[in-house]
Design a protein around this ligand. Structure first.
Ligand SMILES: Cc1cc2nc3c(=O)[nH]c(=O)nc-3n(C[C@H](O)[C@H](O)[C@H](O)COP(=O)(O)OP(=O)(O)OC[C@H]3O[C@@H](n4cnc5c(N)ncnc54)[C@H](O)[C@@H]3O)c2cc1C
Ligand code: FES
Length: 271
C-alpha cells in the first residue's frame, strides 16, 4: 500500500453537527493507516465522485478516525451524505500537525472560527488529557449563529476538565444569551502572559489574519502562533504543486505553519 493508494475505511457512525456539516466515524477495513497526529489531514475519496483533503477531528476507538465534513461542493456533499456501512477511500496521514505538546507551564490558547474547530478539537482533547502540563488552557470559539456551533455538547466536559471555554456568535438567535461579535473580541478574556502563550488558530483565512495580528499585538511571539492554512490539494505528497504558497507546499510543509513564516506570505497579493 503506498500513500497514493487509498485504504478502505467503512463509515460506522454519522452525526449531524449542523444543517450542512456531519461527523463521520470511520473504521479500517484493511490494515489501518499510521496514526494521525492532531492537525494532520487525510485525502478522503468517495468512490466515483472525487477526493478532498479533510482534517482529523478526533480518534474513534483503535485505528478509527473522526472527520467533520461541511458540504460545499460535489465531493464534500457526497461525503456528508455517506451513511453507516458505506465504504470510503482514505490516504494519509499528510502534513505537519499542530506543534504539540506546547512547553510545560505555557498558557495554551485555541482560537476557532466555524469549521476551524474541527482540526482544533484534537488540541482541546490533548489539553483535557494533559491539563496539568499547562498553567492555563483557553478555547475561544466563534460561529456565524448559535446553530453553526460545532460540538456544543462537549463544552461542559471541557470546562469540567479545567479549560476556559468562551463562545461568541456573529448573529444571535432569540434564545441566545451569550456574547455577540467576532472571535477576536474574546481576547480580553485571556490571561495576560503573552510571552508564555502558545496559540493554535484555525478558521476562515481573514479571521486567522486578524486573530494572529491581535495575538502578536498583545505580545505573543509570532513563532508561537500556529495557523492551519487551506489551499487546493491533489496529491498530498509534495509532487503536484497545487498547494503552493510561496516557498511552501502546504500538504508537506503545512497545513500548520507558524505566523512568523505564514504572516508575510499571507500579506503578499496573488501568492
Ligand atoms: C488541509 C485541509 C484540511 C481541510 N479540512 C477540512 C475539514 O476538516 N472539513 C471540511 O469540511 N473541509 C475541510 N477542508 C476543505 C475541503 O477540502 C473543501 O471543502 C473541499 O475540498 C471542497 O471540495 P468539493 O469538491 O466538495 O467542492 P468544490 O467543487 O471544490 O467547491 C464547491 C464550491 O465551494 C467553494 N469551497 C471550496 N472549499 C470551500 C471551503 N473550505 N469553504 C467554503 N467554500 C468552499 C468553492 O470555491 C466552490 O465555489 C480542508 C482543506 C484543506 C486544504
Ligand atoms: S497537494 Fe500536491 S504538492 Fe501539495
Amino acid at each position: 500500500m503506498t500513500t497514493m493508494t487509498p485504504a478502505r475505511y467503512r463509515v460506522v457512525e454519522r452525526t449531524l453537527e449542523t444543517a450542512d456539516t456531519v461527523t463521520l466515524a470511520l473504521e479500517p477495513v484493511d490494515e489501518p493507516l499510521p496514526v494521525f497526529r492532531p492537525g494532520q489531514f487525510a485525502m478522503l475519496y468517495t468512490f466515483g465522485v472525487g477526493e478532498v483533503p479533510i482534517s482529523v477531528s478526533g480518534r474513534h476507538g483503535v485505528g478509527g478516525l473522526l472527520h467533520t465534513v461541511r458540504a460545499v461542493g460535489a465531493t464534500s456533499g457526497a461525503l456528508s451524505r455517506a451513511e453507516p456501512g458505506c465504504l470510503l477511500g482514505v490516504r494519509g496521514p499528510f502534513g505537519a500537525g499542530w506543534d504539540l505538546p506546547a512547553p510545560a507551564g505555557a498558557d495554551l490558547v485555541v482560537v476557532a472560527g466555524g469549521l476551524g474547530l474541527a482540526p482544533l478539537r484534537p488540541v482541546v482533547h490533548h489539553a483535557v488529557e494533559d491539563r496539568d502540563r499547562y498553567r492555563t488552557a483557553s478555547v475561544l470559539i466563534g460561529a456565524r449563529t448559535p446553530e453553526d456551533l460545532l460540538y456544543p455538547d462537549e463544552y461542559e466536559s471541557w470546562r469540567s476538565a479545567g479549560i476556559d471555554v468562551f463562545v461568541i456568535v456573529d448573529r444571535a438567535t432569540v434564545d441566545w444569551t451569550g456574547q455577540v461579535g467576532v472571535v477576536t473580541a474574546l481576547f480580553d478574556r485571556l490571561h495576560n502572559r503573552p510571552a508564555d502563550t502558545v496559540a493554535y488558530v484555525c478558521g476562515p483565512e481573514i479571521m486567522m489574519r486578524f486573530a494572529a495580528r491581535g495575538l502578536t499585538d498583545r505580545g505573543v511571539p509570532p513563532r508561537r502562533v500556529w495557523l492551519s492554512l487551506e489551499r487546493n490539494m491533489h496529491c498530498g505528497l509534495g509532487h503536484c504543486g497545487h498547494c503552493q504558497l510561496g516557498p511552501l507546499l502546504l500538504c508537506r510543509d503545512g497545513p500548520v505553519v507558524g505566523y512568523d513564516v505564514a504572516g508575510p506570505l499571507l500579506l503578499t497579493k496573488e501568492l
